[in-house]
Write a protein of this length. Structure first.
Length: 459
């Protein structure tokens, strides 16, 4: 049993309950006899300094001090009969040692390691009890054994060390496979624009998933497609950049396509070392009978860690995917985040507004025009209501400009209204949006123009 001594006003009942659980679990694991007592005292900094000075000749405040009354080696069973003279004749109990815990020190350490005082005190008590039972950490090999035992006991009681997962996950696939839809579903925000047209995403976009113990930085990349312009070349460089620096790769394949062919094209681009999760997307559109034989064929040859059918649009299996990703992410014993917990993207509101305008243009316009469209925000006054936003919408030909403007300016009005409503949702404020359509012939092969348009391609 645990005999609580000294001043423990600051120690609430739940901590005491856990300390008794630690004692009982440790006794079970080490097969200690039932009739033992351990004295536990909570002391101030000056008291523990004094104890250190008088008993160890060290002038220091430490977190825990232990004084064993028994002489045990690791693995040796404690037998009451070996200590018959020390057994209390009244209650027949053997006191095995004293443990002193410095509460203030425990508080500081709890803060430092970002866990509760409850968990820190249980850890110190478990550590002290193991010392009494012969465990030590003076040499590396012993320290490892002691640490393993500590982790085991605390984990059995669910008061183990909190672990944190954090890392980069890059989504790649052919254009239109649904990469941007997937990042939006996983992050729960509209970070990347989506359209039924190909080559919608031009630059890598980060979407950040956060929960209490995890941060996943998803990177949405431009889709693989035939290269025709300088912009296309630069888009492939962006994908390569993202792949260079990632823990996990999500390989996305549209279930409507030939899975084996798509897989073979994709796997060549990815380093053999990366963790790979193959995702068959849009399963809401395809019958399982159609994809099963192909999946069977792929799984025989696939050099991937996991295969999962999903629907990014409907969210099907996206929760399974998140858990799968967490399994493979690097683990930390301290809180680890690359971005502040409230961030969900690396893009500014201004950049997102430009993308929203492009998204609506892609949705409204015919296939031939979209790839040549670029949007540049020229004015963004956010300190007034409504927020004033001006943007130039560039295209490559005069006849495209006429189509974008539409009959009597109807098309640009439609794009502008749709974009305004989306931006208002994003900024949670009224917006006055003015769009100006301009022509810049062949800009996708003009490096200067690409730079002036603010595309961070190739950087
Ligand atoms: N039915 C269905 N449609 C989907 C699904 N995921 C994406 N889509 C649609 O597929 C189209 C392309 O989606 P995007 O997310 O823009 O595709 P992407 O891979 O980012 O395309 P790029 O940026 O051009 O490389 C859009 O019309 C989406 O609505 C899905 O799970 N089911
Ligand atoms: Mg995209």
């Amino acid at each position: 049993m645990v005999e609580f001594l000294g001043n423990f006003e600051e120690i609430d009942e739940s901590i005491k309950t856990n300390l008794i659980r630690v004692h009982d679990e440790l006794s079970r694991v080490l097969s200690l006899p039932k009739k033992i007592i351990v004295n536990l005292s909570f002391v101030s900094e000056s008291e523990i300094r004094k104890l250190n000075k008088t008993t160890r000749n060290i002038d220091k405040v430490t977190d825990v001090l232990t004084y064993p009354y028994v002489n045990l080696k690791v693995g040796e069973k404690l037998k009451l009969k070996d200590y018959s003279l020390e057994i209390d004749p009244y209650n027949k109990m053997l006191t095995i040692g004293d443990i002193y815990i410095c509460v203030n020190r425990a508080k500081e350490q709890a803060k430092e390691y970002n866990h509760s005082l409850n968990r820190e005190i249980c850890f110190l008590f478990c550590h002290g009890l193991l010392h009494i039972c012969g465990y030590d950490h003076l040499v590396e090999a012993d320290a490892q054994i002691m640490e393993q035992m500590q982790d085991k006991i605390l984990q059995n009681l669910n008061i183990g060390r909190e672990t944190y997962k954090c890392g980069f996950v890059t989504i790649v696939g052919a254009t239109n496979a649904g990469k941007s839809t997937l990042i939006n579903t996983l992050v729960g925000e509209h970070v990347a624009i989506v359209s039924p047209k190909t080559q919608t995403t031009r630059e890598n976009i980060k979407g950040i998933y956060n929960d209490k113990t995890t941060q996943i930085v998803f990177v949405d990349t431009p889709g693989y497609h035939k290269r025709r312009t300088l912009v296309d070349d630069e888009m492939e460089k962006q994908i390569a950049d993202a792949l260079d620096d990632t823990e996990i790769v999500l390989m996305l394949i549209d279930a409507n396509k030939s899975l084996v062919d798509e897989y073979n094209k994709l796997i060549k681009k990815i380093s053999p070392k990366a963790i790979k999760i193959l995702l068959i997307n849009k399963i809401d559109e395809v019958k399982y009978e159609k994809i099963y034989p192909q999946l069977a064929e792929i799984s025989q040859q696939a050099q991937v860690n996991e295969i999962l059918p999903i629907s990014a649009l409907k969210g099907k299996n996206c929760d399974v995917l998140l858990e799968m990703i967490k399994k493979y992410l690097p683990e930390y014993t301290h809180e680890m985040r690359y971005y502040p917990v409230e961030d969900y993207t690396d893009k500014t509101i201004r950049e997102m507004s430009a993308e929203i305008i492009r998204e609506k243009a892609l949705l409204c316009l015919d296939d031939e025009i979209p790839h040549g469209i670029q949007v540049v925000i020229t004015a963004y006054e956010e300190n007034r209501t409504p927020i004033e936003i001006h943007a130039d919408v560039y295209c490559e030909k005069e006849n495209h400009k006429a189509i974008i403007l539409g009959h009597g300016g109807e098309m640009i009005k439609k794009i502008s209204t749709m974009a305004r409503l989306s931006i208002e949702k994003l900024v949670q404020n009224k917006v006055n949006l003015k769009l100006f359509v301009k022509v810049k012939p062949n800009w996708r092969n003009d490096i200067k123009a690409i730079e002036n348009f603010g595309l961070k391609l190739g950087s």
